[in-house]
Design a protein around this ligand. Structure first.
Ligand code: NAP
Length: 253
């Protein structure tokens, strides 16, 4: 049997204070012109991606810190409409701590939020649509309801068509965002959307927080929908630990 390696020496790691800059460096996107789609998700030990309809009960202060850092590095945050509806999404903030880094990378002060929806059954009076620093994008299909497209545009959102039917084709969504200069892509789920990115083989990286909790029950896993024919392989890029939470990062091979 080949040797097994501990992924990290937790006693040594415990001595290190991770500043925001050090974490941002550790999670930097790869250089280059190609789009890079990263997902950030949290899961319980028994595979739940939510508890009581929210991911917050599985999360921690450090998890939310990394969540904020991943946003601070991204050009765009891609999110499914159900997560927007259930988690009460708000516009991304411009954070002083990221101002210089974002300016140097040619990024605006905050990432654009891109909501994926076929129905456009969204409350366009919410701040996500009426008060963002940069207009919120809606990714939808060519036969989305015209009255809802009009309502989205009237609220200030920008509607992008990325599919010939009612829905979005995942690879087209990635390409449409990249064409707008939004190369550093971050998806925050939910599971139904993430599953489609996995199945379309466009997910490059998964930042998975393993929460030291078990929930039982019938919660969704972090990725759903039809399964892939052959499991997609990822390799570990980094693992960090705090208070029993594992902050893992995997890249598609
Ligand atoms: N563990 C985590 O890290 C994490 C992260 C995010 C969310 N969550 C949890 O996940 C749950 C929500 O996730 P979910 O999987 O049910 O929903 P979701 O993926 O957030 O959103 C599903 C909705 O997105 C739209 N959509 C998805 N694929 C589409 C496509 N190809 N084309 C057009 N529209 C598409 C549809 O919106 P329309 O219905 O508007 O057409 C669909 O109903 C919540 O409980 C949330 O707390 C957990």
């Amino acid at each position: 049997m080949r040797q097994l390696f501990p992924v990290t020496d937790m006693t040594a790691a415990a001595d290190r204070e991770w500043s925001l800059d050090a974490l941002a460096d550790a999670y930097a996107y790869p250089e280059g012109d190609d789009p890079w789609l990263r997902a950030n998700m949290v899961s319980s030990l028994d595979g739940a991606g939510q508890h009581g309809g929210r991911s917050q009960p599985l999360s921690s202060e450090t998890d939310m810190r990394i969540f904020g850092i991943l946003r601070g590095l991204a050009d765009v945050v891609v999110v499914g409409a159900e997560t927007v509806r259930l988690e009460g999404y708000r516009p991304a903030r411009a954070r002083e701590a990221f101002a210089a880094r974002r300016a140097a990378a040619g990024q605006g002060p905050a990432p654009v939020i891109a909501v994926v929806s076929a129905s456009l059954n969204l409350d366009f009076s919410l701040p996500l649509f009426t008060e963002p620093l940069v207009p919120t994008l809606i990714l939808t299909g060519a036969v989305a309801p015209p009255d809802r497209i009009e309502a989205a545009r009237a609220a200030g959102a920008v509607v992008l068509i990325a599919g010939d039917g009612p829905g979005v084709e995942p690879a087209r969504a990635v390409a449409a965002l990249a064409e707008r200069g939004l190369r550093r892509q971050l998806t925050e789920g939910g599971p139904r959307l993430l599953g489609q990115f996995v199945a379309a083989e466009v997910l490059d990286e998964l930042c998975l927080t393993v929460s030291p909790t078990m929930t039982a029950g019938d919660a969704q896993r972090i990725a759903g929908g039809p399964s892939v024919a052959v499991p997609t392989r990822f390799q570990v890029a980094s693992v960090m630990e705090q208070d029993g939470f594992l902050f893992t990062r995997y890249r598609r091979i």
